[in-house]
Design a protein around this ligand. Structure first.
Ligand SMILES: C[S@@+](CC[C@H](N)C(=O)[O-])C[C@H]1O[C@@H](n2cnc3c(N)ncnc32)[C@H](O)[C@@H]1O
Length: 244
């Protein structure tokens, strides 16, 4: 591992320790959770940044019993994020519903150039990229997460989400494409319970930012009377809280 890799790992571990210390008062529990989450990173190829998903895990741990509904993950790849989220969902006695094609990204004509954070994302989101089969994901979640709370819904979001009608407490979107983000917001936002939220880890991609800012979309397609308040846009993790 080079110096950059070492520093990144050190920074991620520091963030993880700090986060866990804020969630669990007992040192033993902090250690246990740090080990569980790092185990996933050591064994599963992930396309998430550990510190980004940590924000979402912290939201699950902070979930109040009065906010009903399941947890949703859209975009599983090899199941690394799924494994982590399933552990937190189990701890909170919530079900986790996982949506993915399990065939990678769909055909698309989106031209992504650069994240607003500065790095190139050109050519990242071609059809078939980030492919993880359902069997592979289930194996990883069985080995490193908690499969007992998971339901997997295989197919293109456009086909699977319209008939999904369960109440949702928290949803995590890691779907790369503006078109996929649009479909997820359209079908999931109306299902979010008051006090719940949607987290997107794609809030630094310009084409995705356009979707979040599209007032016409929120009003005409999602059915909101007002644009929801969107936090963190342009800073990777973007959060849409639902208040009523
Ligand atoms: C960047 S990967 C997810 C990474 C994953 N969260 C992790 O922790 O490693 C994006 C995922 O979104 C899925 N995806 C994107 N758009 C989709 C769509 N319209 N329908 C179904 N799956 C889609 C892809 O199959 C892929 O698994």
């Amino acid at each position: 591992m080079g110096l950059t890799g070492f520093l990144t790992e050190y920074r991620d571990l520091f963030r993880l320790q700090k986060r866990m210390a804020g969630i669990f008062p007992s040192f033993g529990q902090q250690k246990e959770w740090i080990e569980k989450l790092r185990r996933v990173d050591r064994h599963v190829k992930t396309a998430h940044n550990p510190s980004h998903i940590l924000e979402f895990l912290a939201a699950i741990f902070a979930l109040k019993p009065g906010v009903p509904g399941c947890i949703v993950e859209a975009g599983a790849f090899k199941g690394g994020g799924t494994a982590k989220i399933s552990l937190a969902a189990k701890y909170q006695d919530r079900q986790l519903v996982v949506f993915d094609s399990f065939e990678g990204l769909p055909e698309n004509t989106e031209e992504h150039q650069r994240s607003v954070l500065g790095h190139s994302i050109e050519g990242w989101f071609k059809a078939g990229n980030f492919n993880g089969s359902l069997e592979e994901v289930k194996e990883n979640v069985t080995s490193y997460g908690d499969i007992s709370v998971c339901t997997f819904i295989k197919g293109w979001f456009e086909d699977t989400m319209p008939s999904f009608k369960q109440q949702v407490a928290l949803a995590y979107l890691d779907v790369d494409l503006a078109s996929s983000t649009r479909t997820c917001l359209k079908h999931l936002y109306p299902l979010i319970s008051p006090g719940g939220a949607i987290y997107s880890q794609d809030g630094d991609f310009p084409l995705v930012i356009e979707v979040f800012k599209d007032e016409k979309f929120w009003k005409e397609e999602v059915g909101c009377t007002e644009m929801p308040i969107i936090k963190g846009l342009g800073k990777k993790i973007t959060i849409i809280e639902k208040h009523s």
